[in-house]
Design a protein around this ligand. Structure first.
Ligand code: TRP
Length: 333
C-alpha cells in the first residue's frame, strides 16, 4: 500500500477568517484531503500569547472550528481538532524548548513585531511561540506544512529544531517542508492594495470577512481603492488595486486574467467592481449557509472535535512516547 504524505496546518481562532485567508489558504486545505493525510488544528494555545477575553476566545474557537468545516475541511477525511484538547502539544513543547536556543528565538521577526505592538505584555509564551508551533508539526511527523510567507521563518525554526534533535538523539523527526499551493492566491487589502488583507486591519473596508453579508461585501468592493485609469488590465506593479480585484475574481470563477480583461474591456471600473462584489458574495454564500447550520448544532460540533481529537492523539501519542524514550525518561508505568 502506498503511504500518503502527512500535512499539518494550524489556524488561530482570534477572528473570523478573511477572504484572503480563504482564497490564499483554507480553500486549498480542503483540496488536499484526498491526496494527503491531513491534520488541521484550531490553535487556541497560540492565541493566548496575546491577551484574550476568555469568553470571546471560547466562542471564537468554536466558530473557527465550524467555519473551517464550512470551508471544506471534512472531519471524516481529516483530523480536525482543537489544540488545547490534546495535552501532547504542551508536553512536546517542553522537550523541544530544551532543544531550542535563546538566540534563535530572539531572531524571530514576529516576536519582535508583536513585542513592539504589546510592550506591556512581552510574555515568555510569546517568545517561545515558535517552539509550540514546531511541536504541532513534529508531533504528527508532517512532511508538508501549508503556510503563508509570514510563517516561513517559524517553519525554518521547526526544521532546525527537528534536525538538531535528530542529530543529538538519532534520526527521529520528519523534517517538514513548506507546502506552496498552486492556486494559493495572495489577496491584498481593498483599501491599500500594496498591503496584505489582514484579519486585524483597523479599517473595516480593507478586509472582506467570510461571514460578511451580501450588501457589505458588495459595498466594500465598490469602495475598493484602484487607480485613475479606466482599463481593467493586470499589472501588479502599476495597477495593484485592479490586479488584486482580478486575482480575487479569477480565484472565485476560475477565469484567466485574459478572459477577465476581454469580458470587461470598455466597461470601466464601476461595472467590474460590482461584478467582483456579486461574485464573491455568491462564492461565500454556500460557506455561510453551512457555517450557520454547523454553529447552531453544538452537539454535532462537539462530536466532530471529539472524533478529531481521538485521531490526532493516536498519532501524537506515539511520537511523544518515542521522544520521551529518546531523551532518557523512564517509561511511564
Ligand atoms: N503561527 C501560525 C499562524 O499564525 C498558526 C500555526 C500554529 C501553525 N501552529 C502551526 C501553522 C503549525 C502551521 C503549522 O498563522
Amino acid at each position: 500500500m502506498e503511504t500518503k504524505k502527512t500535512i499539518f496546518s494550524g489556524i488561530q481562532p482570534t477572528a473570523v477568517f478573511t477572504l484572503g485567508n480563504f482564497l490564499g489558504a483554507i480553500k486549498n486545505w480542503g483540496a488536499l484531503q484526498d491526496s494527503f493525510d491531513c491534520v488541521y488544528s484550531i490553535v487556541d494555545m497560540h492565541a493566548i500569547t496575546v491577551r484574550q477575553d476568555a469568553a470571546k476566545l471560547r466562542e471564537q474557537t468554536l466558530k473557527s472550528y465550524a467555519l473551517t468545516m464550512a470551508c471544506g475541511i471534512d472531519p471524516e477525511k481529516s483530523a480536525l481538532f482543537i489544540q488545547s484538547h490534546n495535552p501532547h502539544h504542551a508536553e512536546m513543547n517542553w522537550i523541544l524548548s530544551c532543544n531550542t536556543q535563546f538566540g534563535e528565538l530572539s531572531r524571530m521577526t514576529q516576536f519582535k513585531d508583536k513585542s513592539e505592538k504589546h510592550p506591556d505584555d512581552i510574555n515568555a509564551g510569546l517568545f517561545t511561540y515558535p517552539v509550540l508551533m514546531a511541536g504541532d508539526i513534529l508531533l504528527y511527523q508532517a512532511d508538508l506544512v501549508p503556510i503563508g510567507i509570514d510563517q516561513k521563518q517559524h517553519l525554518e525554526l521547526a526544521r532546525n529544531v527537528a534536525e538538531r534533535f535528530n542529530f543529538r538523539y538519532g534520526d527521529f523527526f520528519t523534517v517538514p517542508e513548506p507546502y506552496i499551493g498552486e492556486t494559493g492566491a495572495k489577496i491584498m487589502s481593498l483599501q491599500d492594495p500594496t498591503k496584505k488583507m489582514s484579519k486585524s486591519d483597523d479599517n473595516p473596508n480593507a478586509s472582506v470577512y467570510i461571514l460578511d453579508d451580501r450588501n457589505s461585501i458588495i459595498n466594500k468592493f465598490k469602495r475598493a481603492v484602484t487607480d485613475s485609469e479606466t482599463e481593467v488590465r493586470f499589472d501588479a506593479e502599476k495597477k495593484p488595486g485592479i490586479s488584486n480585484l482580478m486575482t480575487i475574481f479569477s480565484a472565485c470563477t476560475g477565469k484567466s486574467f485574459d478572459e477577465i480583461e476581454k469580458t470587461f474591456s470598455g466597461h470601466g471600473y464601476g461595472d467590474f467592481k460590482s461584478a467582483v462584489g456579486e461574485t464573491v458574495a455568491d462564492c461565500l454564500k454556500p460557506i455561510q449557509d453551512k457555517y450557520n447550520s454547523f454553529i447552531k448544532d453544538r452537539d454535532y460540533l462537539k462530536n466532530c472535535y471529539t472524533e478529531g481529537l481521538k485521531k490526532a492523539m493516536k498519532i501524537s501519542g506515539k511520537t511523544l512516547s518515542k521522544a520521551y524514550r529518546k531523551v532518557g525518561f523512564v517509561d511511564k508505568p
